[in-house]
Design a protein around this ligand. Structure first.
Ligand code: MTE
Length: 318
């Protein structure tokens, strides 16, 4: 007998609970407590307060990045996450608290002058943290506007001293199926992997994130280190990074490996190129009824459009 198990990425859009429905259900069921269980809340606050870098927050805001819409409420952003290591639901915040984020090391390897393993707190303290207001646009058409804290990815590239032969930067997330139940689902190609070109990595917008809302990152956002690439669909913004590899081979990302006909390497936001399941023409801000027309490069073209000159034959928008 053929048993067909529906997988998260195969769900038709119509099968997903509309966000408005679950948001109102959430406020009915949980009042102000949000979707993190009541017991997890003090645990989360304790974890953030006990973070060894907590003294660095809030960092000075870089006013070069402004929003055209209000910042998403923290309790909303913190309770609607994509973090497949902890399951395919958006309500992974409580489960994600089980991930130990100290000790944590980041391996920098591949085509670099010298490979090394960095303790996360040494890395964070070696960088100058700043706050940036960025929008994040998920390919599922929801969006948020948040104050990330972190440092330019370009600063890590400079620290790594890549060889001139390196053309791409590949990122890898932790592997820990003992705490991350999603990683026990063997049909996914764990670990989560993402990649960008060196030119993209050194673009001013590419940002390595260590905090959000003026505090160290909570686990569900990808503590202790995640990427923010606001001109690309959110799946490129890989969470909980343990390895950064400089290479001359284009990395095959988690989603590309799973469904290459739906998810590509470039994944630049474009309202005119629909995904198989989602028109990309409009986007809905998390926690509000507000919808906005999607903008090319998510509105960040002034920073990044030049990166793609001469690459018109590439599938730049999937
Ligand atoms: N990184 C890892 N390791 N695992 C994931 O499942 N999901 C991606 C991205 N980074 C994901 C990940 C997707 S699809 C999106 S839209 C963003 O994280 C969501 O980030 P947020 O939960 O902080 O809003």
């Amino acid at each position: 007998m053929l048993i067909k198990r529906p997988r998260g990425w195969e769900l038709p859009e119509s099968a997903a609970t509309p966000e408005r429905v679950w948001l109102s259900r959430r406020s009915l069921m949980l009042g102000g407590a949000g979707l993190i269980g009541a017991a997890a809340l003090p645990r989360l606050a304790r974890a953030q307060a006990g973070d060894p870098t907590v003294d660095l927050y809030p960092a000075a805001r870089n006013d070069g990045f402004v929003l055209d819409r209000p910042v998403t409420e923290e309790s909303i952003a913190a309770n609607y996450n994509n973090f497949y290591e902890f399951g395919s639901s958006k309500r992974v915040a409580a489960a994600a608290q089980a991930l130990p984020t100290r000790p944590w090391t980041v391996v920098v390897d591949g085509m670099v002058e010298q490979e090394r393993t960095l303790a996360i707190d040494d890395l964070i303290r070696a960088m100058t943290l700043e706050e940036r207001l960025y929008r994040l646009r998920c390919v599922e058409t929801w969006a948020m506007a948040v104050p990330w804290t972190g440092f330019p990815l370009a600063d890590l590239v400079a620290m790594a001293r890549p060889l001139s032969s390196a053309r791409y930067v590949r990122f890898e997330t932790f592997t820990n199926p003992d705490v991350a139940s999603g990683q026990r689902q063997s049909w996914y190609p764990w670990p989560y992997v993402e990649g960008v070109t060196i030119e993209e990595a050194t673009n001013e917008l590419a940002f390595l994130v260590t905090g959000i809302y003026g505090k160290p990152l909570a686990n569900q956002f990808g503590a202790p280190l995640r990427l923010a690439l606001p001109w690309k669909y959110g799946f490129k913004s890989i969470k909980s990074i343990v390895r950064v590899t400089f290479t001359d081979e284009r990395p095959v990302s988690f989603w590309e490996e799973l469904a290459p006909q739906e998810y590509g390497f470039w994944a630049n936001v474009n309202p005119d190129v629909p995904h198989r399941r989602w028109s990309q023409a409009r986007e809905k801000m998390l926690g509000t009824d507000e919808e906005f027309p999607t903008q090319l490069f998510n509105g960040y073209g002034e920073w990044v459009a030049g990166l793609y000159a001469g690459l018109e034959d590439e599938p730049l928008y999937m």
